[in-house]
Design a protein around this ligand. Structure first.
Ligand SMILES: Cc1ncc(COP(=O)(O)O)c(C=O)c1O
Length: 379
């Protein structure tokens, strides 16, 4: 694999990770739901005013839990945006459900709420609202559709921790929200995730599913005198060592977000004229959305210009990447009936989007180099 002077992402450390991991070892509890897992739960529940947060092994597994919680099975359909991460759809297919791909909006690249209703059938079990780049989907409209049809809305909030929609925290608006703490996210423990359970009726089952189908959580709270196998599920608890790492990051959230905000705003400020001259577009954040400064992307004019741009950056030792091939056109997507032209906006933006290096410890000088390299592009 090539190495780049300025990579696209580098994991960043908040400072207390090693100390907390040593403490977890000293405490002698390094499996799931130890001291640090509980501390992460408490921090997130308080910060988000969330009813229940459960750390999971990753966001994909939190999405899988949402498939169980909404009763997905081989007879179900789940509406997902086509412009999405693979596991936004995969998580439901492992339960046998069929993903039904919706197109995205041209401004925020989020699921286009105006096209959702016509995708609903009597089999629809859930609508997945992925907040792309942590900029909220039009949740009022999606929740209204969900309410009218009796279909739960799940938030894939992998990008959007600490972002808001009309003053409300993302991840707390749907029946459940899912978070990622993968290395590429604002807050990380390498691999990790969380399920935010907002519907009180789902809390007990979520705990059971995550604990290998047992009522161990009740046992640990002294509510039953022995625990036993009561339901389906799997083992989705992260080690307390990972939770220790994560706590250090979450505690530093103000500092991390301030740095990311600075980087994001500088990219915007210093690239806005260049973007206009080249017929490219910078990210759009509606006034009613508070974003989490998760990523910085540019929508190029067309694929050829994007390819020239990526090569231009690469020649200067800078890695710029694109992502999300439309899911309906993937090999698996086609098996679920995906056809070219089905989601034209997803197809279009997927062919034009490029992301710039963006991580907590991107230095001012490094960012200056990226900006200078972009300015030197005239293609
Ligand atoms: C939108 C979205 N959903 C889900 C995931 C899966 O997250 P994880 O790697 O924690 O399973 C990602 C990962 O980047 C993502 O971007």
């Amino acid at each position: 694999m090539k190495t780049y002077r300025i990579p696209f992402n580098k994991p960043s450390f908040a400072g207390n990770e090693e100390r907390y991991i040593s403490e977890a070892i000293e405490r002698g509890h390094i499996s799931g739901d130890g001291h640090f897992t509980k501390a992460c739960h408490k921090l997130l529940e308080e910060a988000l005013s969330a009813r229940k947060v459960l750390l999971t092994t990753n966001c994909t597994h939190a999405l899988e839990m949402s498939a169980f919680l909404t009763g997905c099975d081989a007879d179900s359909e789940v509406i997902v945006p086509s412009f999405a991460f693979v596991t936004t759809a995969l998580a439901y297919t492992v339960r046998g459900a069929k993903p039904v791909f919706g197109d995205v909006r041209t401004d925020t690249l989020n699921l286009d709420e105006t096209g959702v209703e016509r995708l609903i059938t009597r089999r629809t079990k859930a609508i997945v609202a992925l907040h792309y780049a942590g900029v909220a989907c039009e949740m009022d409209a999606l929740l209204d559709i969900g309410r009218r049809h009796g279909i739960p809305v799940i938030e894939d909030n992998a990008h959007g921790l600490f972002a808001k929609y009309k003053g409300r925290w993302l991840g707390t608006l749907g029946v459940v929200g899912t978070q990622s703490f993968h290395e590429t996210k604002n807050f990380t423990c390498g691999e990790g995730g969380a399920l935010i359970v907002n519907d009180p009726a789902l809390v007990e089952r979520a705990e059971i599913l995550r604990e290998k189908g047992t009522d161990r959580s009740k046992f640990l709270r002294g509510l039953v005198h022995k625990y036993t196998w009561v339901d389906s599920g799997s083992s989705w608890l992260p080690s307390d060592l990972l939770a220790a790492f994560l706590l250090a990051q979450l505690e530093a959230r103000d500092r991390i977000q301030a740095r990311r905000r600075f980087l994001w705003e500088r990219y915007t400020r210093e690239l806005v004229d260049w973007a206009a001259r080249h017929g490219t577009t910078l990210p759009h954040v509606p006034a009613h959305c508070e974003q989490p400064w998760h990523m910085f992307y540019v929508l190029m004019r067309d694929t050829a210009q994007r390819e020239r741009f990526i090569t231009h950056m690469e020649e200067r030792g800078i890695l710029a990447v694109f992502h999300y091939l439309p899911l309906h056109l993937s090999e698996m997507g086609r098996k679920f009936g995906g056809q070219p032209g089905q989601c034209p906006v997803a197809e279009d933006v997927s062919a034009r989007l490029v992301r710039l290096p963006f991580f907590n410890r991107l230095s001012d000088d490094e960012q200056g180099e990226v900006i200078a390299a972009v300015h030197a592009f005239n293609g």
